[in-house]
Design a protein around this ligand. Structure first.
Ligand code: B4P
Length: 191
């Protein structure tokens, strides 16, 4: 089983690229953002608790997302591995994932970091707001907060990946197909 982390700032294209990478390489796509939005949409107690945090562009507590991911890893069969999209978002989440995988005889094989400048991120999320209905895309201040939270809490995971030796940076600006091609080149070093 191969384990890939799709990493990058909000709006960098993690979700967009993870879907097609998962199809091409027969991986299970695990997006913590999608899982949390599904809880919100279903009106579960967990979703109700997380709604305000997500709408403000803050991170939900580590134990919540770690539990969501653990449940999925345990119940998956018939796949060549996992692509983790938007997880881990803190060093604590990264350490928990490494421990979880280690306990099952697996490891993190590759961490793909999509590099996109802030102006481009803002433009993409404002465009997405027109169709997504997402509260966290609708307001420039919230988008700025998400980018600030990324720099403060999530970017340190890059150092974690660099030290562990599985980090690969990829230019995340250009056409979706061109970026997909760049990511596939990196994937083929581990698959
Ligand atoms: P996510 O769902 O992970 O959302 P995201 O970071 O905004 O989006 P992504 O990078 O996937 O961008 P996309 O492909 O859609 O997180 C949402 C919230 O959930 C977080 O703020 C947090 O509150 C919570 N959460 C999630 N995981 C968590 C965790 N582990 N711990 C704590 N909290 C967590 O692309 C964006 C837009 O750009 C799209 O419209 C797309 O069409 C467009 N686009 C993509 N590639 C493009 C390209 N090359 N050129 C032009 N446009 C492009």
């Amino acid at each position: 089983m191969v384990n890939i982390l799709m990493f990058g700032p909000p709006g960098s294209g993690k979700g967009t690229q993870s879907v097609t990478l998962a199809e091409k390489y027969n991986l299970l796509h695990l997006s913590t953002g999608d899982m949390l939005r599904a809880e919100l949409a279903a009106g579960t107690p967990l979703g109700k608790k997380m709604e305000a945090i997500m709408a403000a562009g803050e991170l939900v507590p580590d134990d919540v997302v770690i539990a969501l991911i653990a449940g999925k890893i345990d119940s998956t069969t018939g796949k060549a591995g996992f692509i983790f999209d938007g997880f881990p978002r803190t060093v604590e989440q990264a350490e928990a994932l490494q421990k979880m995988l280690g306990g099952k005889g697996m490891k993190i094989d590759l961490m793909l970091v999509l590099e996109v400048n802030d102006a481009e991120l803002m433009e993409r999320m404002k465009k997405r707001a027109l169709v997504s209905g997402r509260a966290d895309d609708a307001d420039e201040n919230i988008i700025n907060n998400r980018i600030a939270v990324y720099r403060a809490k999530t970017e340190p995971v890059i150092d974690f990946g660099r030290k562990a030796g599985f980090l690969r940076s990829v230019d995340g600006v250009g056409s979706i197909d061109a970026i997909f091609g760049r990511l596939c080149k990196e994937m083929e070093t581990v698959i």
